[in-house]
Design a protein around this ligand. Structure first.
Ligand SMILES: *[C@@H]1O[C@H](CO)[C@@H](O)[C@H](O)[C@H]1NC(C)=O
Ligand SMILES: *[C@@H]1O[C@H](CO)[C@@H](O)[C@H](O)[C@H]1NC(C)=O
Ligand SMILES: *[C@@H]1O[C@H](CO)[C@@H](O)[C@H](O)[C@H]1NC(C)=O
Ligand SMILES: *[C@@H]1O[C@H](CO)[C@@H](O)[C@H](O)[C@H]1NC(C)=O
Ligand SMILES: *[C@@H]1O[C@H](CO)[C@@H](O)[C@H](O)[C@H]1NC(C)=O
Ligand SMILES: *[C@@H]1O[C@H](CO)[C@@H](O)[C@H](O)[C@H]1NC(C)=O
Ligand SMILES: *[C@@H]1O[C@H](CO)[C@@H](O)[C@H](O)[C@H]1NC(C)=O
Length: 351
């Protein structure tokens, strides 16, 4: 096997088959695409209401409301720590000078947006299409200044492309998705696949792709179910149907795109498992958000709202998972093959 190319191997570090670590080659950069789960501040620079750049967001991030939609670090902040990289800065917040010297990865994610251009069109956030366009600018205007073609290919082949989106496409098109679940899922996946191929054409080779979380469990929906706090099964079933098809699409891409590797992250499964075992982690409330710290109302964590005192006891900070959940996710993604794993033919379809 070519030694300068990424080699994925798996090391059993204990007797239990459940505890196997995801071993990656040294990663030189982390490029991030997605929605509010991983936005690190891009929306601060866009004319959108979907923002988190005011307290109490960031209350556990040195008190800095950076635009991260949680109390502390996001999923990709923890992943950066695992990879020994600095947090990927938001593209929109970088000056031209900063952009041209940033070689450890950039974050293009944008809260409220998703895979379809039409999702949250009103919000002027960045859809996947726009995020890929910005990455193209990074390649053409910034990385090309720094690297010749050989070096550029090498840099990109050593970079991890983390992609996490699709939840907003569902929550904003629920009626359409309910009417024709399969057609909706396939359309969404086709669009998703188009943009992943564009990233590949620009030089991306190693992808870590999150599936869609069970959004039926978000406080806004759980509030309405009976018994209160249970997940909305109708919504979760729709998303499960998309998630079952996703590995098929990724496997197909991996097969057709030379040297590509797709790691699949079963965020959906992680999310439901953690809900069930939350108490083992000290998480006492699995659906009521920490901010606002009440069960009624619109679930908006407004500027200067008073959040709950101990954020670590809540699954949700607002309608987004709290830092402790993000931290457990990253740990389980890197330490348990059951959550994040490379696609292989026989593992292509998840139950
Ligand atoms: C928070 O902001 C302060 C002042 O800008 C800075 O010194 C500190 O490093 C920031 N903390 C984090 C966790 O980013
Ligand atoms: C998405 O929007 C861009 C322009 O912003 C356009 O070029 C592209 O064709 C659109 N994609 C689809 C599938 O409509
Ligand atoms: C988008 O904006 C239009 C006009 O302001 C409004 O009628 C519509 O309800 C908005 N759509 C969403 C999803 O907010
Ligand atoms: C690119 O730069 C490297 C040195 O870093 C050099 O060895 C190589 O020949 C260059 N390749 C091209 C195509 O210019
Ligand atoms: C679940 O969500 C669907 C779609 O929004 C809605 O029609 C249904 O009433 C919800 N079910 C419950 C139990 O809230
Ligand atoms: C695949 O990797 C090999 C070995 O590093 C390299 O020679 C080849 O150009 C790569 N092909 C593509 C399309 O990336
Ligand atoms: C909830 O917010 C109120 C102020 O709105 C505050 O007085 C109270 O201490 C908060 N409750 C918790 C559990 O933090």
């Amino acid at each position: 096997m070519a030694s300068n190319y990424l080699i994925l191997c798996f090391l059993s570090i204990s007797l239990s088959p459940n505890i196997m670590a995801l071993r990656l080659p040294p990663i030189s950069a982390l490029y991030v695409f997605g929605d509010s789960l991983v936005d690190s501040g891009n929306n601060n620079y866009l004319p959108t209401k979907a923002r988190a750049n005011f307290p109490p967001f960031g209350i556990d991030f040195g008190g800095n409301a950076t635009g991260r939609f949680t109390n502390g670090k996001t999923v990709v902040d923890f992943i950066a720590e695992y990879l020994d990289l600095p947090f990927s800065p938001p593209y929109m917040g970088l000056t031209d000078d900063k952009r041209s010297i940033t070689i450890t990865g950039i974050n293009y994610a944008s809260g409220a947006c998703g895979i379809f251009n039409e999702t949250s069109k009103n919000e002027s956030c960045l859809a996947f299409y726009d995020q890929v366009e910005l990455f193209q600018k990074t390649v053409d205007y910034d990385l090309r200044k720094k690297y010749n073609q050989t070096e550029l290919n090498y840099h990109l082949s050593q970079s991890l492309f983390f992609v996490s989106m699709g939840a907003n496409d569902y929550t904003q098109n629920l009626k359409k998705a309910i009417r024709n679940p399969d057609a909706f899922a396939w359309n969404l996946l086709q669009e998703f696949s188009t943009h992943l191929q564009k990233l590949y054409q620009l030089g991306a080779r190693m992808f870590l792709v999150n599936n869609i979380p069970p959004t039926g469990c978000l406080p806004t929906f759980a509030y309405r179910t009976r018994p209160q706090g249970y997940c909305n099964k109708t919504i979760n079933r729709l998303i499960a149907s998309y998630n079952r098809k996703l590995p098929v699409i990724l496997l197909n891409l991996q097969f057709h795109l030379p040297n590509s590797t797709f790691l699949h992250s079963n965020y959906f499964k992680f999310f439901l498992q953690l809900r069930r075992s939350a108490r083992n982690y000290g998480i006492r409330d699995i659906w009521r958000p920490c901010c606002p710290n009440r069960t009624q109302g619109d679930f908006q964590c407004g500027p200067y709202s008073v959040p709950c005192r101990n954020r670590d006891t809540h699954f949700f900070f607002d309608i987004h998972p709290s830092q402790i959940v993000n931290s457990i996710y990253a740990r389980r993604c890197f330490n348990e093959i059951a959550i994040c794993q490379p696609l292989r033919r026989r593992l292509g379809v998840y139950a």
